[in-house]
Design a protein around this ligand. Structure first.
Ligand code: UTP
Length: 469
């Protein structure tokens, strides 16, 4: 007990410097495991950082001023006669890298998925409009189909968080990693940050023996890669380039050779897929160039006036929206991971249930807490070369964010986008299918319209809802 007492005093004095000793309010009634858990969580927290993030905010950027200087990014345009590389050259270059086994896939699956309101990690969500395949299954099937096409293994790195780790690992095991070899799947877990009360900056307790912690944002990828053995694993395999995407987009063109090719031909360290924004305020990160550096201004930070700026032909000046699909050089990620340059934290005011002073559960009706997250795209200004590549939104992007019934980014919306894309492929190969018919094509059946043409004859009539697998 003496040791516990000492621990408590030491903890108290460290916490008191930041006015955070209230988190020990229930210490005396905790058992050894509870004390150990709380002490371990506190040991992992940089109280200095939390304090300064709360007090000053790291993202106290003047976005109106930044936006005034913003130009569109250097980009490969879809309809561009100014592009430095042809689609054919890019595709050939990307295919060569794939064939040589230089490319791995990294998917971020650590988010809490709070908007979706699903009681499990989002990656387990059954999104296939007919098959009911989970997001993770669909992504893995794309990886297997790519590996088969290029005669190599394409390893998958899955970033989880303490919120999603156990269930994701169990799900992968239960399904034999959907056919990927055990050696080709590397799961690594990102870190967390505490949430603080928005009015006082005080740490919040999720229970008497634990703080409220949440994943530290998709920008936590870099730290998580460093903490895991991932860089050693990448080196062992001779992987030089990473195709990065987020688990909630089943339309992601995983390992798109043309995209990979542009990244390589331009000798870029960080290449992003962008879409032409469909409205000025579309909820995407705006990819812009300021003082010759490419960066992203979140939709919520871009002043309306700047979002509305038009070119002479009426098109949006700041047109490029990021869909969170990136290519990274492994050397670039390693350089950033080993450097002292930390990514900034962004603050979000969220509703966080917690314990009150007397230990009673508090269910706030309104957002009450500040959460701190790092964003992957804050790596952009650190890249020596970066590039944006425009892709067609309808073919590449349908993110599952919201609960059923929401007008956009709900399960129904995503399933409609999937079926619409696959219907277009069928029509492209000369099949007949009407608007009411729901179709779904497993990536193992065809990865794209070109592969579909090898399996579906022109003139084929698809009159019933069909899963091609
Ligand atoms: P979002 O920021 O949209 O968050 O993440 P989310 O968890 O999906 O949903 P909400 O905001 O709680 O409703 C975009 C992608 O980044 C991953 C998510 O898993 C998703 O693939 N992500 C996000 C992480 O891996 N870690 C994080 O800390 C945050």
């Amino acid at each position: 007990m003496a040791a516990d007492g000492l621990d408590k005093r030491a903890l108290e004095s460290r916490l008191a410097r930041y006015g955070q000793e209230h988190v020990l309010a229930f210490w005396d009634e905790l058992d050894a495991a509870g004390r150990a858990q709380l002490a371990e969580q506190l040991a992992d927290i940089d109280l200095d950082l939390v304090d300064s993030l709360y007090r000053t905010g790291s993202d106290a950027v003047n976005f109106a001023e930044l936006a005034r200087r913003a130009e569109p990014p250097h980009a490969i345009r879809l309809a561009g006669d100014q592009n430095p590389f042809s689609p054919e050259a890019a595709r050939a270059r990307g295919e060569a890298a794939l064939r040589e086994g230089q490319v791995a896939v990294l998917v971020t699956a650590g988010g809490q998925g709070s908007r979706l309101g699903f009681a499990h990690p989002k990656s387990l969500y059954k999104i296939g409009p007919i098959s009911g395949a989970s997001l993770l299954q669909i992504h893995i099937e794309k990886i297997r189909a790519t590996a088969r096409r290029y005669g190599v293994s394409v390893p998958l790195y899955v970033m989880t968080s303490p919120v999603t780790d156990q269930e994701t690992r169990r799900f992968l095991d239960e399904h034999d990693r959907f056919g990927l070899a055990a050696d080709d799947v590397f799961v690594f877990c990102q870190g967390t940050m505490p949430a603080v009360d928005a009015a006082t900056g005080k740490l919040l307790l999720a229970g008497r023996d634990r703080l409220f912690l949440s994943p530290d944002g998709h920008g936590g990828t870099v730290k998580a890669l460093r903490r895991s053995e991932a860089f050693a694993d990448l080196a062992r395999r001779g992987i030089e380039h990473i195709f990065y995407f987020q688990v909630d987009n089943p339309l992601a063109t995983v390992c798109d050779p043309e995209f990979i090719g542009y990244h390589l031909l331009a000798e870029s360290e960080y290449t992003l897929q962008v879409i032409g924004k469909r409205s000025p305020q579309e909820k995407l990160g705006n990819v812009v160039r300021v003082d010759e550096r490419t960066q992203i201004i979140e939709y919520s930070d871009l002043p309306d006036e700047a979002a509305e700026w038009r070119n002479d032909d009426g098109s949006l000046k700041l047109w490029a929206g990021s869909i969170a699909v990136h290519m990274f050089g492994v050397d670039f990620l390693r350089r950033v991971a080993e450097s002292d340059v930390g990514l900034p934290f962004h603050r979000a005011i969220k509703r966080v249930p917690h314990l009150g002073e007397g230990g009673e559960p508090v269910e706030p009706a309104e957002p009450n807490a500040v959460k701190f997250e790092q964003f992957i795209f804050d790596l952009l200004p650190l890249a020596r070369e970066s590039l944006s590549v425009e892709v067609a939104a309808d073919d590449t992007f349908a993110a599952l964010k919201n609960a059923p019934g929401a007008p956009l980014e709900s399960p129904e919306y995503v399933q409609r986008m999937m079926s619409d894309l696959h219907r277009r492929w069928l029509r492209q190969v000369g099949a007949e299918v009407d608007e009411q018919t729901i179709v779904e094509i497993s990536p193992l059946f065809a990865l794209d319209a070109e592969q579909l043409a090898e399996r579906v004859a022109p003139g084929t009539v698809v009159s019933d809802d069909t899963y091609f697998c």
